[in-house]
Design a protein around this ligand. Structure first.
Ligand code: ZN
Length: 178
């Protein structure tokens, strides 16, 4: 397993179209393992493949967030389709590993049902509530190139862009000082 660098906004790859997974092989397995390691290292609740620069339609959700035990493995969603969204909605501050330090209030369905394939190509249906439902909707957004920043107005967009530029600059300076 290996960590893969997480692409941050405004990296162009986050806006590139994603592609269905057609081959369920060792390469796919390796990607999913690397995604899990990368997500844990960044303390994320979920991660989409496009966030590590791979355009295949894959996302993972942390196992505990997905309703499993504290140490449950992440749930892997391949070629996912949102089947149902509850009419009942909830607004909660949401973060994204591609927008470090940024939190945006987003209104989402309180419950969601998603049909997907696992790493072996077997179909399954996942239904979740609260944070799990939110995580599935957030990660699925990545597969259709929809980002946190698309949910806010023009003023907040500028603020987010500036804040990310500042932190990227600070990190680059820190690296130079090392
Ligand atoms: Zn995200």
């Amino acid at each position: 397993m290996a960590l893969r660098p997480i692409r941050r906004f405004p990296d162009n790859v986050l806006r590139q179209p994603t592609e269905d997974v057609k081959t369920f092989d060792a390469d796919l397995r390796r990607l999913v393992e690397d995604m899990a390691e990368t997500m844990y290292a960044a303390n994320g609740a979920g991660l989409a493949a496009i966030q590590v620069g791979d355009r295949r339609k894959i996302f993972i959700v942390e196992g505990h967030v997905a309703g499993g035990a504290e140490d449950a493995p992440p749930v892997v969603f391949i070629n996912p389709k949102i089947e149902w969204l509850d009419e009942e909605q909830e607004t909660t501050d949401e973060g994204c590993l591609s927008f470090p330090g940024i939190y945006v209030p987003i209104k989402r369905a309180l419950r969601a049902r998603v049909r997907a394939l696992d790493v072996d190509g077997n179909e399954f249906v996942a239904e979740g509530e609260g944070l799990y439902a939110r995580a599935m909707q957030h990660e699925n957004d990545h597969l259709i190139n929809k980002l946190l920043i698309d949910y806010v107005g023009p003023l907040k967009k500028q603020m987010i862009k500036r804040k990310l530029e500042r932190s990227a600059r600070a990190e680059a300076e820190e690296e130079l000082a090392d």
